[in-house]
Design a protein around this ligand. Sequence first.
Ligand code: ATP
Ligand code: MG
Length: 396
Amino acid sequence: MKKVFIIKYAELNTKKDNIGMFLRTLKENIERTLEGYSVSITFDKGRMFVSLQDEDFESILERLQKTFGIHEIEVGYELENHEMETIENALISIIKESEFHTFKVETKRSYKEYPMTSLEVSKHLGGVILKNKQGIKVDVDHPEVTFFIEIRREYAYIYFERYAGLGGYPVGTLGKGLLMLSGGIDSPVSGYLTMKRGVKLEAIYFESPPHTSVEAKNKVLSLAHTLSEYGNDIKVHVIPFTHIQEAIYKSIPHDYMVTIMRRMMYRISEKIAHHNRCKILVNGESIGQVASQTLSSMSVINEVVTIPVIRPVACFDKLEIMDLARKIGTYETSILPYEDCCTIFVPTHPVINPEHEKCVEYEALIPYEELISEAIRNEEVISSNMKTDQEFSEYL
Ligand code: ATP
Ligand code: MG
């Protein structure tokens, strides 16, 4: 018998006409994350079946548990056929290796011509289990183990263990966004939450060498790599930001430095998004966290673009963001102590309520359009599509 994962879909029951697209994308995403394993995948509107021969069960499960669009993963066996004797033998060998005191059997028949009804199958197999294991009894209300039997036209399934999936929509079903990815804690979490809603991501990172180190950039690439384990090979657009930051530092009153710098980041991000068919910008801004994230700051920064800006952690407390960062595996990298370009040029008293007119007046002091074009011309695009952690660390 073959080991099989039975995948229950998350949130897809609300999709009617385009459910096929959601399921095909989920299948492709699973194929991609399981590349190199010999598994076969089939699906219907209710479930997806991933069957495997002698593959590494634990690591496949781990990958499925990082794939969005899955509500629950059931683990069991696909039998050679649906004959009662085959099912009995399989069950007997399964119960010999399992520890439990109470159980029940539940049967589903999608093959309606089967000679027994579902109830008859359940009763019969319940009897077989009782006969083959000591000290156990049936408990239909609160069993320790439920053996699900599913009878299909060609064969039968038995499954009895379940694991939670991540939920959300399959990545890629809702278009593409551009994540403004710094080395901090907030933006990777924002990226994760956006991917969870089915949005494929590319990322943009502003670097200011020599004021920022190569380690700061590698940290961002490493975060992109961690995020890409959730089903999306993230391309990182690295934008040289040194000239813009130096011009701002030289010519702009210091209390407005951060506001203007962020307006420049937004302008560049919008252009990169349009070039790469990204429909939204995503960032890690959180209301009130720093001076540039007050409502007035966010509004004068946001006004330089028309593309929608999604801020998934806008209303999260820092502690909530940190908890999520730990859960998704980005926290340890995010807290590595490398300066990013924002922290280096931070003035002692950044303006808390910046004004639109002043931004316009100050921006006229620098040739920002040329500087933006130059930065975009010199972007470096790096793929996080490296198959193994080893390949990735060699790149670093
Ligand atoms: P984070 O923890 O994500 O770094 P933060 O609290 O440090 O966020 P800021 O530095 O003000 O906040 O940045 C707000 C958001 O702007 C970040 O979450 C990120 O989306 C974006 N951002 C900041 N710096 C950069 C950068 N160097 N490259 C790309 N995006 C950036
Ligand atoms: Mg930051």
